[in-house]
Structures are given as structure tokens and as C-alpha cells.
Design a protein around this ligand. Structure first.
Ligand code: M6R
Length: 613
């Protein structure tokens, strides 16, 4: 949430900041602003409500500055207004902030006795006031003193009016990554803003202070000890964070799924030999994940938020089927406050595309503090969750920019399939032949997804029927129920159509009263073992006039009177149908949003990376 960027160097700051903000805009897009050191005039601040393009229109072409900070906001404290947009200035201090200062009200009252009063409703401005109140010419001392008073999460980039061309930064909870290049020093919330300048970057540790000057980034502890920075390298190139001819990032990312899955699955396949036979099995030696992680487990808890949590629901089904130990799936924001029972025989799996989701990170920290084993499934290399987890399984989906998660979800599914197969094999609960067969089937979903993508126009007809809907239901059983949760969130977050997912057998316990004539019901019936039951549930909604869109297997025998549209998935065994069905649901959501004329990539009120609780 909120994108922040700072640059000091040899290029025009405004160009670097505006380009960076455009690439970080998915983190928040209700208002934006920049502050730059300018010759003679000191710090110039320009802010506007709306998107980065609106800010850009206000920034003078000749803004001569080579050092500045920029922010794109996702409002938490205070409405969407120019006053509440960042940067905020108090006295000598101008700052941008990502996170939430929880004790800002008491600080505000305290600081009002020093003659400082805020002009905005934000918690961030109070941080500027606090740092200014502690500043007597030594930035390091003022920041170090300020953070002992701040409760909550923050990533700050700070300019001091009397220290031209320097940017000070500190973080706790919210991300910051930085790189030093020939054109200068640059820091941002996310690597995507650095990509056009460098593939090498480092993650700023929590509670250390970075001072950016043109030619160096000095990182010191709060006590002033200089630290070395460990650089990481991304394999992405600039084009992987661009639209590459697609209308929207979401459309592009849906189409990138075959590659994302190949990159996630293939490096984990290793040839084993047994009794003279060769088998390709999942193997996580290169990931540093030992089989012993799975031995002696009595329980698995999967915790995550949103789409990542829905991937976890599928993980539960797989682990319980193959590993045969109990699994619970918890929403991370609930898990952390329910005093979970954890021990050394519990494996807590956290799942996150960004690796920065505040609730998931807090759940992971809780799990570690209680002595559970921890494994994270994460897409962003070097992110907080990846760094703090005992073991990490990286999905290699590449940068996901659209707020609606698509390729990260199917890559998370692939991760769960691989981990379920490997853990069951390692624990002696899945014979090698079976493990090899399932692994082969998993690899073949890549081709099946390609077949679905070739049929994308077919699903537009369905979206044309959905654009006028005000309510919609997804129903399914087993894996199809887990998938219906994902289908529903995808549709509602980008189309603004109210939608709910229901375990099909649960409808008659309340929800059927909402099924009126022509209410669309997307019925997922991909699992043969519950097909007959599912057909009964479809009959129940059909009898009440529902407009039924059926997603099913080619060979499923279902009376045509029971549906208005039927989508047959490419042939796969039922166990792997969630991959192809997910792509169908993503395309339906995407087309419906587009046909409704909405902002597909940046839906209202949402942001990509949720770094506040
Ligand atoms: O970065 P994470 O995977 O931790 O994000 C979790 C959710 O915020 C995210 O999946 C969200 O639900 C998506 N926008 C849904 O498409």
C-alpha cells in the first residue's frame, strides 16, 4: 500500500520519480505527490488528487532538480484530498510514508504543545512533526530518536531542508529496496521501480538508517555503525513489468500463466532412479527445503489473505488427500489474534505473492515465536515474508502488477501440488510411481491452460450476459468450492458486482432465498466423484430461475435444460481441473470488468500490496 520512491543523482529527479511512481501506482492510486530540492527555492512540493498522470500534468517540464522523493497514496488516515496527499512538510522535514503510525493521536497532542499543528488528517504528517521537533542539524540522531517514539509500521523517505541532495530512509514493517547506479542512488517500495536502472538491489533492513547521496548509499544502525548491504539480483527484465501489447496488466498476466507455471514447476523436477527405473519427481534440494521438514508432522496450518488464502484452501485438500494429516486454513488477520495452538510438530505455511502482506507477515512471526516449523510460498524474492520464514518456496511467476492476482494464484497452486506430492513421497505415503505420474500430470496443465487461452473469445459472450448483473453466485464442491471462492473474489474486486461463493450443498441452508429469476450462478462441476450431487444443486437453483453458467468436464453428462452456457474444460484428471477452470474464471472476470468500462488493473479502494493491518 502506497508506493514510495526517492532519487538523488545525475538525472532529472522529476523524470525518475514520475516514472517510478507510474510503476508503483498499483500500490495505491488515490493521490500522488513529489518534493524536489531546487536551486535557490529550497524544496518544491507538488501534489494532486487522482492518479500519477494527473500529478504529471502539474509538474513543470523545467523543474530543475536532481534529488527528490515521490509518493502514490492508498488512503488510511484521512480522506482523499490534496492536503492528505504526501509529501508532508513540517519545519525542516519533508517526508513520504508507507504504513500506519498507530500512536499518532497521542503524539499529535504532545507535539501541539511545541507549537506544531498539522494541516492534514494523516498519521504521516505527525511523523514529520515528530522528526522536526527532534532535529537540531543531525538527521541521524533525529530519526533514531523519532523511531523510538513511533508505534506501527513505516517506510519513510525524508528530506531535510538544510541538507540538499540527501535522502534519509528508515523502515519497519513496510518494504524498501535500494540500488546504487551510475546515474545515482535510488530507493523504492518495490523492485519494479528500480528495474529500468538495475537488476541488482538490496533490501533495507528494518530499523537501520540509509542515507542516499549521489554516489553512495550509506546504511548505519541507529547507533551509527556502518553496515554492508547484501545485493540480490532479479531475473526479470524491464519488459516483464510492462504491458507488452496487452490492453491491461491483468490480461497480460493471465496469458503469462503457462510460462509462470513452467518456471515454477520445471526447476523442481529431478530424475530419480529406483530398481533400474527412472522417475521425475519434485525435489526441493535446490530450494534448501529438506524432506525432514515434513517428517513427524502432526498438523499443517496454512495462513494467508485473499487469493493466496484461496490457494491455501486447495493446498489443504491436497495435503489431506496425500499426506493424510490434518490441515487448517486460516485467514491471516484472524489467525494472529486467535491464540493458535502451535508446537514443533506443526508446520505453518504462509502464502503471499508480494511477501509483504502485513497480516501474513505477523502470522508468520507468531508461528515462529511459538516454535512451529515455517515454510512460505512467496513470489517476490527478498521480501519480508521470504526473509523471515525458516524455509521459502519461491513461485517464479514474475512481477504481478494488476491488483487482481492471476498468475501468482496458479503458481501458488502449482507450489502446493509439488509440496503435497513431495511431502507424501518423503513420508512414505505416496509410492514413487504414483508421485511420478502426478508430477507428469501437473506438468501437462501448462498445455491445457494454453488450450483455454486460445478459446478466450468464447468467454466474452458470457461476460456480455453478466455486465448488467447486480448479484452473482459461484457454487461448487470440494476443489470446486475452493475455486469458487477465488472466482468470486476475482469477479467482485474488478467488476464491482456483488458476488458470493457457496459450497453447493450449503445453498439450501439459507442462500437459496437469494436466488431469483435471472440471477447468474456460475456452477463449477469439474469433479466426477461429486457430479451427481452437484447436478442436484444446479437443479435447485435452476428451479428458482437462475441463469446458470456451467464449467465442467467434457464427458460430464448434464441435461442441457439445466444451464444457459456450458464451458467444457480441456481433458485433465479432476485433480488438476482447478488450473484450467481458474483461467476460465479469470477471463470471465477480466472481460466483464472491461465491458463495464472499469479500471481493470486498479480497481477502486484496493491496492496490490497490503502492508497495513
Ligand atoms: O501479496 P499477497 O499474496 O499476500 O496478497 C494477498 C491479497 O491481498 C491478494 O491476494 C488479494 O486478495 C488480491 N487482490 C486478489 O486478487
Amino acid at each position: 500500500m502506497c508506493g514510495i520512491i526517492g532519487f538523488t543523482g545525475y538525472e532529472r529527479a522529476k523524470d525518475v520519480l514520475l516514472a517510478g511512481l507510474a510503476s508503483l501506482e498499483y500500490r495505491g492510486y488515490d493521490s500522488a505527490g513529489i518534493s524536489c530540492f531546487t536551486k535557490d527555492k529550497g524544496i518544491t512540493t507538488i501534489k494532486s488528487v487522482g492518479k500519477v498522470s494527473e500529478l504529471k500534468a502539474l509538474v513543470p517540464e523545467d523543474l530543475a532538480s536532481t534529488c527528490g522523493i515521490g509518493h502514490t497514496r492508498w488512503a488510511t488516515h484521512g480522506g482523499v484530498s490534496r492536503e492528505n496527499a504526501h509529501p508532508h512538510t513540517c519545519g525542516n522535514v519533508t517526508l513520504i510514508h508507507n504504513g500506519i503510525i498507530e500512536n499518532y493521536l497521542s503524539l499529535r497532542d504532545e507535539l501541539s504543545t511545541t507549537g506544531r499543528s498539522p494541516v492534514s488528517d494523516t498519521d504521516s504528517e505527525i511523523a514529520a512533526m515528530l522528526i522536526d521537533s527532534l532535529y537540531t542539524g543531525d538527521a541521524h540522531t533525529a530519526i533514531a530518536a523519532a523511531v523510538t517514539r513511533l508505534e506501527g509500521a513505516y517506510a519513510f523517505c525524508i528530506l531535510f531542508a538544510d541538507q540538499p541532495d540527501k535522502i534519509y530512509c528508515i523502515r519497519k514493517g513496510s518494504p524498501l529496496v535500494a540500488c546504487q547506479t551510475e546515474m545515482g542512488s535510488i530507493i523504492a517500495s518495490d523492485m519494479v521501480a528500480l528495474l529500468r536502472y538495475s537488476k541488482d538491489y538490496f533490501v533495507l533492513e528494518e530499523n537501520v538508517i540509509a542515507c542516499l547521496t549521489r554516489d553512495a548509499i550509506e546504511v548505519t544502525t541507529l547507533e551509527g555503525k556502518v553496515l554492508a548491504s547484501d545485493y540480490l539480483t532479479v531475473t526479470w527484465d524491464v519488459s516483464s513489468a510492462q504491458k507488452n501489447g496487452f490492453k491491461h496488466y491483468m490480461e497480460k498476466e493471465i496469458h503469462e500463466q503457462p510460462d509462470a507455471l513452467l518456471r515454477t514447476i520445471t526447476p523442481r523436477l529431478v530424475k530419480y532412479s529406483e530398481s533400474g527405473e527412472f522417475y521425475m519427481l519434485p525435489d526441493f534440494t535446490a530450494d534448501g527445503i529438506p524432506d525432514t521438514l515434513f517428517l513427524g508432522l502432526t498438523r499443517i496450518i496454512i495462513t494467508a489473505c485473499g487469493t493466496a488464502m484461496h490457494a491455501g484452501m486447495m493446498g489443504k485438500i491436497l495435503f489431506e488427500e496425500f499426506l493424510r494429516i490434518p490441515v487448517t486454513v486460516d485467514i491471516a488477520s484472524e489467525f494472529r489474534y486467535q491464540n493458535p495452538i502451535l508446537d514443533a510438530n506443526t508446520l505453518v505455511i504462509t502464502v503471499s505473492q508480494s511477501g509483504e502482506t502485513a497480516d501474513t507477515l505477523a502470522a508468520l512471526r507468531l508461528a515462529r515465536s511459538k516454535g512451529a516449523r515455517t515454510l512460505s510460498i512467496v513470489n517476490v524474492k527478498g521480501s519480508s515474508i521470504a526473509r523471515e520464514s525458516e524455509y521459502v518456496f519461491y513461485t517464479h511467476a514474475g512481477p504481478e502488477i494488476a491488483v487482481a492476482s492471476t498468475k501468482a494464484y496458479t503458481a501458488q497452486l502449482a507450489a502446493f501440488y509439488l509440496i503435497a506430492f513431495r511431502s507424501a513421497f518423503a513420508c512414505g505415503r505416496m509410492p514413487i510411481e504414483q508421485c511420478a505420474k502426478y508430477t507428469e500430470d501437473l506438468s501437462s496443465v501448462v498445455l491445457s491452460i494454453e488450450r483455454v487461452l486460445e478459446r478466450r473469445d468464447e468467454f466474452k459472450t458470457i461476460s456480455r450476459h453478466l455486465i448488467k448483473a447486480s448479484d452473482l453466485f459461484f457454487i461448487g464442491r470440494g476443489m470446486d468450492y475452493a475455486l469458487s471462492c477465488e472466482g468470486s473474489i476475482k469477479l467482485k474486486e474488478i467488476t464491482y458486482i456483488h458476488s458470493e461463493s457457496y459450497a453447493a450443498g450449503e445453498l439450501k441452508h439459507g442462500t437459496l432465498s437469494l436466488i431469483a429469476p435471472d440471477v447468474p450462478v456460475i456452477a463449477l462441476a469439474t469433479q466426477h466423484d461429486v457430479l451427481a450431487k452437484m447436478v442436484s444443486n444446479i437443479k435447485e437453483v435452476r428451479a428458482r430461475g437462475a441463469f446458470v453458467i456451467l464449467v465442467t468436464a467434457k464427458d460430464a453428462v448434464i441435461e442441457p435444460e439445466l444451464y444457459d452456457f456450458r464451458i467444457d474444460l480441456p481433458e485433465t484428471s479432476d485433480r488438476f481441473a482447478p488450473f484450467t477452470a481458474a483461467v476460465v474464471l479469470q477471463l470471465i472476470a477480466y472481460n466483464t470488468s472491461y465491458l463495464r468500462g472499469l479500471d481493470v488493473d486498479q480497481p477502486r479502494h484496493l491496492a496490490k500490496s497490503v502492508t497495513v493491518e
